[in-house]
Design a protein. Structure first.
Length: 347
C-alpha cells in the first residue's frame, strides 16, 4: 500500500526486493503476491494505469530474481511432493471443520478446557462481525486489501480442506497471512468501538470489558503454554520429555539413533551433558536415507557406558518387524508414552 500511495521508483524497488525475499523464504508467498495483484487491478478499475504498470514491473523483477530458486524447486519437485504428501490424505469433513475453526480460535485463546466449543462459536461470531464492520465502515482500498490478504492463502489452502477433506492447511503457519488479516480486522473493530465519540457510554464499557477479556485470554494462554512441556502445535516428539527423563536417570548413557535431524535436535536439547550420542541423522527433506525406515540402525557399541538406548520415533511396521528379527532378545521397549520410540539395548 505504501508503494501505491507514494508511487515512486524507490518505493516500487523496495517492493520488488521484499517480494524476492519473501519468495526465497517461503513458497506460499506466491498466493500473497497474487493477492496483491488482484488488489491493484481492482483498485485501478481494471485500467492499465501507471500504478498498475509499476506494480507489474516490480513483480517482474521480483519474479526474475526468484527464477534460480524456482529451478531448484522444479528440479527437486519429486522430493517436495514426497515431503508434502501428507496434504493429500483424506480426513472426515467434520474433523476438518472442527480443526480449522479450532485453529482460528487459538489466535485469541489457546487453552485446553471443556468449554472450547463455546469459545470457538464466540470467536467465529467475533471475526464474522469484525469483517462485516470493516467492509461497512472503511473505504474500498482498505477493506479490499484486508480481504485479499486473508483470501489469498485461505482460498487455495483452506477451501480444499473444508470441501474435499484434504490437509493443505493442517499446519497453521501456512495461513499466517490470513490470520494476520483477521487480527488486523478485530483490532480495527475494537479500536473504533472504543474511540468513536458518538457511541453510547454503556456500549463503550461493554467493548472495554470484551477487549479486556480478549487480551487477558491471550496473556493467560502465553503464560500457560510457556510453562508446558509440550503443546498441540508440536505434532511430533511429544514424548521427548518422558524419553529424556528415562535417559537422564542413567549414570552414563549412550543413545544410538538414525532419526530425522529435527527429532535428534529436539531430544538432545533435553538430555544431560553426560549423555553421549552415536547417530546417523536422516534428512527429512531430501529423503536420502530411506533404508533407515525399514532397517534398524544398531552399530557396534563401544564400551564404557552404563546403558545403551535406541531412539527411533514414529517407527514403521516394517522397521519394527526388522527390529524383532535382527535384535530378538537384545532390545526392550522402555518408552511408555503415546508411541514406541525408545528401546534399551542389552549386551
Amino acid at each position: 500500500m505504501r508503494s501505491l500511495r507514494l508511487n515512486t521508483k524507490v518505493s516500487w524497488g523496495i517492493y520488488a526486493v521484499t517480494l524476492t525475499a519473501s519468495l526465497y523464504t517461503f513458497l506460499l508467498s506466491i498466493p500473497v503476491a497474487i493477492g496483491h495483484g488482484i488488489y491493484v487491478v481492482i483498485t485501478e478499475r481494471f485500467r492499465f494505469s501507471k500504478k498498475l504498470f509499476s506494480y507489474l514491473l516490480a513483480s517482474l523483477f521480483g519474479t526474475l530474481a526468484f527464477i534460480p530458486w524456482l529451478f531448484v524447486v522444479i528440479r527437486n519437485l519429486s522430493q517436495a511432493q514426497q515431503v508434502t504428501s501428507f496434504t493429500a490424505y483424506r480426513t472426515p469433513l467434520l474433523v476438518n471443520w472442527k480443526s480449522r475453526t479450532l485453529d482460528l480460535s487459538r489466535l485469541f485463546i489457546d487453552l485446553d478446557f471443556k468449554l472450547i466449543t463455546l469459545i470457538i462459536l464466540i470467536v467465529l461470531v467475533l471475526v464474522g462481525y469484525a469483517l462485516y464492520f470493516l467492509c461497512r465502515n472503511t473505504p474500498e482500498r482498505v477493506w479490499l486489501f484486508i480481504l485479499t490478504l486473508i483470501g489469498s492463502t485461505a482460498i487455495p489452502l483452506l477451501l480444499p480442506d473444508l470441501i474435499l477433506g484434504q490437509n493443505r492447511a493442517v499446519n497453521p503457519r501456512y495461513l499466517i497471512p490470513s490470520y494476520l488479516g483477521i487480527e488486523l480486522t478485530v483490532a480495527y473493530l475494537f479500536a473504533t468501538k472504543l474511540t468513536f465519540p458518538l457511541i453510547h457510554v454503556w456500549r463503550q464499557k461493554l467493548w472495554q470489558i470484551a477487549m479486556t477479556i480478549l487480551i487477558s485470554c491471550g496473556v493467560l494462554s502465553c503464560a500457560v503454554n510457556s510453562q508446558a512441556e509440550s503443546a498441540w502445535i508440536k505434532i511430533f516428539n511429544q514424548d521427548n520429555p518422558l524419553v529424556a527423563r528415562i535417559i537422564n536417570q542413567r549414570p552414563y548413557p549412550l543413545v544410538i539413533s538414525d532419526a530425522d535431524t529435527a527429532d535428534l535436535l529436539s531430544l538432545s536439547h533435553l538430555l544431560n551433558p553426560k549423555t553421549q550420542l552415536l547417530i546417523k541423522p536422516k534428512c527429512y527433506t531430501c529423503k536420502l536415507t530411506l533404508q533407515s525406515d525399514v532397517k534398524p540402525y544398531v552399530p557396534e557399541i563401544p564400551d564404557g557406558f552404563s546403558d545403551v538406548f535406541l531412539f527411533h520415533p514414529r517407527p514403521s511396521s516394517e522397521w519394527l518387524n526388522a527390529l524383532d528379527k535382527e535384535q530378538a532378545g537384545k532390545v526392550q521397549l522402555v518408552s511408555t508414552g503415546k508411541e514406541k520410540c525408545l528401546w534399551i539395548v542389552t549386551r
